[in-house]
Design a binder for this molecule. Structure first.
Ligand code: HPA
Length: 299
C-alpha cells in the first residue's frame, strides 16, 4: 500500500480538475458550500447559475446516494462568488477517504477561502429536538481512531503541513456570526452549538453505541463532514459547519423509534427554507465581519 501506491487524488489531479472548472465556470468562487442530505436547496439561492453534473467533470467522483443530486453549482450570492456541491461523498459508498475529500482540494485550487458544510445528523444530546440546527464547534473522528484519516499517505506540502492542528478547526468568528444571524432571524430557539461525531456508516448506530458516543461528549452523530473539514483545514481554508438534527438517536431499550433515511430527508425538507436563509445571510456577511474584525484590531 502507500507510500509506494500512486496517489490518484493528488495535487496534479486536483489541479487539472480545478483548471478545467475555472475554464468553464462564470466566476472564481470565494466560498465553497457542501450540501448535506435533503439540504441541496441551498444551491437554488445562487444567481446566474452554471451547473455541472458530477459525471461531466473530468475525474470528479460520482454521488450514489438518494437525496444527493450530484451537481456542482457556480453562482453569486448578493454578488459574492460561490460554488455549491449538491451531493457529497461518504466512506460507506466504498470510496477511499482521499477521494471523498478531493472536491475540497479542488475548492482550494479554485481560490475558495471559506468552506461551509451542512449535514443531517442524529441527535444524541437529550436536550436536542428533531429540527434543531447545531452549529458544529468540534468533532470526534471515529474512523480516524482506526487509521482512516484523509491525510494518511504521503503529505504534499503544496496543500499543507504534515501534522495540522485541529483544535481550532471550526472558526470561532464564523460560529459567533452564525449565532448573531440566527438571533436576528428569530431562530435562537432551535439553534444549538455542539460536538459532531462521524462514523463510517451506512448502518445506523445501535443503542449501546449511541449511549457510548453521548458519554464520550458527542451531541450529534453522522456519516460525513469531518473528513472534508480535516482536508479544508490542512490547506488553510476557514470552516463553518452545521448539522440539522433530522432524527433523535435511539438511546433507550424501551423505545419503539427506529432511525431511517426517509425521516432524515423529510426533516431536511421541513427546515430547509430556514437553513437556506441562515447560511445565505452568513455568506453575505462574511466580508463585513472580516472588515469589522480588522477595524477592531486597529484600535
Ligand atoms: N446516525 C448517523 N447518521 C445520521 C443519522 C443518525 O442517526 N441521522 C442522519 N444521519
Amino acid at each position: 500500500m502507500f507510500p509506494e501506491a500512486p496517489c490518484k487524488y493528488g495535487y496534479e489531479e486536483c489541479k487539472a480538475t480545478a483548471d478545467w472548472l475555472l475554464d468553464h465556470a462564470p466566476v472564481r468562487p470565494l466560498v465553497g458550500i457542501v450540501c448535506g442530505s435533503g439540504l441541496g436547496g441551498l444551491a437554488e439561492m445562487l444567481k446566474d447559475q452554471k451547473v455541472f453534473s458530477y459525471s461531466d467533470i473530468p475525474d470528479f467522483p460520482q454521488s450514489t446516494v438518494h437525496g444527493h443530486a450530484g451537481r456542482l453549482v457556480f453562482g453569486t450570492l448578493k454578488g459574492k462568488p460561490c460554488v455549491c456541491m449538491q451531493g457529497r461523498f461518504h466512506l460507506y459508498e466504498g470510496y477511499p477517504v482521499q477521494k471523498i475529500t478531493m472536491p475540497i482540494r479542488i475548492f482550494k485550487l479554485m481560490g475558495v477561502e471559506t468552506v461551509i458544510l451542512t449535514n443531517a445528523a442524529g441527535g444524541l444530546n437529550q436536550d436536542y429536538k428533531v429540527g434543531d440546527v447545531m452549529i458544529i464547534k468540534d468533532h470526534i473522528n471515529m474512523p480516524g481512531f482506526a487509521g482512516s484519516n484523509p491525510l494518511c499517505g504521503p503529505n504534499d506540502e503544496r496543500f499543507g503541513t504534515r501534522f495540522p492542528c485541529m483544535s481550532d478547526a471550526y472558526d470561532r468568528k464564523l460560529r459567533q456570526l452564525a449565532s448573531e444571524v440566527g438571533a436576528e432571524l428569530g431562530y435562537s430557539n432551535f439553534l444549538k452549538e455542539g460536538v459532531y461525531c462521524v462514523l463510517g456508516g451506512p448502518s445506523f448506530e445501535t443503542i449501546a453505541e449511541c449511549r457510548m458516543l453521548n458519554r464520550l461528549g458527542a451531541d450529534a452523530v453522522g456519516m460525513s463532514t469531518v473528513h472534508e473539514v480535516i482536508v479544508a483545514r490542512h490547506c488553510g481554508m476557514r470552516v463553518f459547519a452545521l448539522s440539522l438534527i433530522s432524527n433523535q438517536a435511539v438511546m433507550d431499550y424501551d423505545s419503539q423509534e427506529k432511525a431511517n433515511h426517509e425521516e432524515v430527508l423529510q426533516t431536511g425538507e421541513q427546515r430547509s427554507q430556514q437553513l437556506v436563509k441562515l447560511v445565505s445571510t452568513i455568506v453575505t456577511r462574511i466580508d463585513q465581519h472580516k472588515r469589522e474584525e480588522c477595524t477592531r484590531s486597529d484600535h
